[in-house]
Ligand binder design. Structure first.
Ligand SMILES: *Cc1c(COP(=O)(O)O)cnc(C)c1O
Length: 380
């Protein structure tokens, strides 16, 4: 069994993907160009925003968005304590200060009341100035944007949605990557919508930010005069081959893949909810299930079950074993003790196989193994 089965997906879409790649080779355009532009238009339409600006990966997408907000040395940027490192390293690389905010114990996303307390703490301390909030759509579930956007307005902060795992999720009819002032996503192969290499995108309704990012991703070149460089930028562009692959994969994503992972999630939940904490999707929220993550009562039980799965050749992953406030890379910030729920969760969380091509038999095998291991771990 595969954790995220990219091979089955390729077998299903092979003819179309192979054609898309060879058409790109024939076209002779390999970086940006028409295939990339038409993909950006399709992505913006799917998400429901005016502009999509593709780039090399989501880490760059976050960094460039923060640059567009003018984030720098004196600024505080609020990020969840429980996420992939890139959410915060994009802040630190610009010499701004990431401030780690604890998560909600049931959704695993940024906790709005912890956010407000963190903002007030930074204001009272007076060393750095609150500027941006980066909520993360962890495991495919959009963060609590209604509550977070209210706080952002109150303190006059920008909101940057880290939708690297969130593409395809929704709150009501509003899709992930349409929240806040700017949003980003990742096309890393294992993300909900992945290509066959690195890729990312920024989404916004703001025309000025769109224009700025289009210069920033090509070393600050003027749109009409390539060697007239107006700002200091990055080289961060999407390849035409990746865009051609994404055209095919976006169709599959829209027509059945997101529904499929949601059906599989209900199978898992039915069979597991009585023995472990299963994902809780609030009324009105819809997840794209980048991961299906379960939480155990203690870390010994989690590790015992993980070992049992591994013995049965069932892959599982711990996203994430170290909360950001405990990462060595951020030790200079001295924020060790601020995120108890993130720490508690990192010791007890386990992500099990999740992708659109899992069968009911696969799900039953995983659940039988987990149930047997949980029972065994309680008696021994
Ligand atoms: C994967 C991921 C990123 C970084 O994406 P890349 O495209 O690999 O740079 C950022 N934030 C979160 C939450 C992620 O899961």
């Amino acid at each position: 069994m595969e954790f995220r089965d990219l091979k089955s997906q390729y077998r299903t879409l092979k003819t179309e993907i192979d054609n898309a790649i060879s058409q790109t080779l024939v076209s002779g355009t390999f970086i940006l160009g028409n295939t990339v532009t038409s993909l950006e238009e399709k992505l913006a339409e799917y998400v429901g925003v005016k502009h999509c600006i593709s780039c090399a990966n989501a880490t760059d997408a976050l960094t460039m968005s923060l640059m567009a907000f003018g984030v720098g040395e004196r600024d505080a940027v609020f990020v969840p304590g429980f996420t992939y490192i890139a959410t915060a390293s994009s802040v630190a690389i610009l010499k701004a200060t990431p401030v780690f905010v604890d998560i909600d114990p049931t959704t695993f996303n940024m906790c709005p009341s912890a956010l407000e307390a963190a903002i007030q703490g930074v204001i009272n301390e007076g060393k750095v100035v609150p500027k941006v909030i980066i909520p993360v759509d962890l495991y495919g579930l959009p963060a609590d944007y209604p509550a977070i956007e209210t706080i952002a307005e109150k303190y006059n902060l920008k909101v940057l949605e880290d939708g690297a795992q969130g593409f395809g999720g929704k709150i009501g009819s509003k899709r992930a990557c349409s929240f806040g002032d700017v949003a980003v996503t990742s096309f890393f192969p294992a993300k909900p919508l992945g290509c066959y290499g690195d890729g990312g995108a920024v989404f916004t309704n703001n025309d000025n930010i769109r224009d700025y990012l289009k210069m920033l991703r090509v070393n600050g070149a003027s749109p009409t005069d390539k060697y007239n460089n107006r700002i200091v930028g990055l080289n961060s562009r999407l390849d035409a081959i990746q865009a051609a692959i994404l055209h095919v994969k976006l169709s599959a994503f829209e027509s059945y893949e997101v529904e499929s992972v949601n059906r599989i999630a209900t199978w898992y939940t039915e069979r597991l909810h009585h023995i472990v904490q299963v994902p809780e999707i609030r009324q009105g929220w819809y997840s794209s299930y980048a991961q299906y993550s379960i939480r155990f009562g203690d870390s010994d039980k989690r590790d015992y079950v993980r070992n049992a799965l591994s013995k049965n050749n069932i892959p599982s992953m711990i996203y994430y074993p170290i909360p950001l406030n405990k990462q060595h890379a951020f030790s200079y910030l001295n924020q060790y003790s601020g995120c108890p729920v993130s720490e508690y969760t990192s010791e007890r969380i386990l992500s099990i196989p999740m992708h659109p091509y899992l069968t009911l038999k696969d799900v039953e095998d995983v659940c039988n193994c987990i149930c047997a291991a949980v029972q065994h771990s309680s008696v021994c």
